[in-house]
Design a protein around this ligand. Sequence first.
Ligand SMILES: Nc1ncnc2c1ncn2[C@@H]1O[C@H](COP(=O)(O)OP(=O)(O)O)[C@@H](O)[C@H]1O
Ligand SMILES: Cc1ncc(COP(=O)(O)OP(=O)(O)O)c(N)n1
Length: 274
Amino acid sequence: MMTDFPQALSIAGSDSSGGAGMQADLKTMQERHVYAATVLVAITAQNTLGVQDSVPLPAKIINEQFTSIADDLAIKACKTGMLADSEHVSIVVENLKKYDFGPLIVDPVMVAKGGATLLTEDAVITIKENLIPLATVVTPNIPEAEVLTDLTINSKEDMIMAGQKIKALGAKNVIIKGGHQASADTASDFVLLENGHSFWLSSKRIDTIRTHGTGDTLSACIAAELAKGVDVETAIITAKKYVEATITDGIIVGHGHGPLNHWAYRKVAKNAKL
Ligand SMILES: Nc1ncnc2c1ncn2[C@@H]1O[C@H](COP(=O)(O)OP(=O)(O)O)[C@@H](O)[C@H]1O
Ligand SMILES: Cc1ncc(COP(=O)(O)OP(=O)(O)O)c(N)n1
């Protein structure tokens, strides 16, 4: 029997260790029963200990990937991850204006968990002025939200202010992810929706360094849910539960910031009969 699957697109960099980047997106979308296509923007030589090297791809092959996908697939939602530099952000922006890939989730990836830079400084302005205004949802972590807003974020009030500033850049919906608030007992994300409604999504903070790829996983799950036609609020709530399960039911891979258990949610869903 042939099955008609919803299709989503990841526009991102490759993480050779398979924990973050495009590989996390592919695993997440597959687990959410969404067919995943990819536009590869950059390649990193990376493991759980750090990023050893990285190289952005030539414009020609990036443009060709977009055209190949647009000519054949029926993408219903897409997300961006590592975009490397200002030139590559612009290439992606031009293609997103040219083709309709449905709702766009922008994960403004800047620095990997190990501290390596994945976006040049000059690209921040291009993201703010040209990419964020196209976004259905923007998902910065706290350090990324600080760079995007020029605010220092030390409290929940600061997260709320940052969310409002990023929405003012033209994003429809914003999530300020709270994973980097290491001193808190909970991992609390601030969500600000298009209609002005806002709320906190909190889960127990798991004491682990095996959180490589949490941000990619959250944004990929939102994109997958939107590709199925789920509304934005429900997609965000599902994504938070999905990420929580991947950290809670962890796996041991590598010697540093280890990756997530992308299939952990199967157990949660089975127990809750979801
Ligand atoms: N130690 C943790 N325990 C539970 N949830 C976490 C933990 N670290 C991050 N999260 C959750 O994972 C998601 C990604 O968060 P964050 O780490 O802030 O982003 P990024 O991976 O982009 O740096 C958020 O929903 C956050 O609340
Ligand atoms: C190729 C690539 N893209 C993105 C990241 C960062 O992903 P993120 O989900 O923010 O995960 P952390 O590594 O910060 O947990 C990456 N490392 N590599």
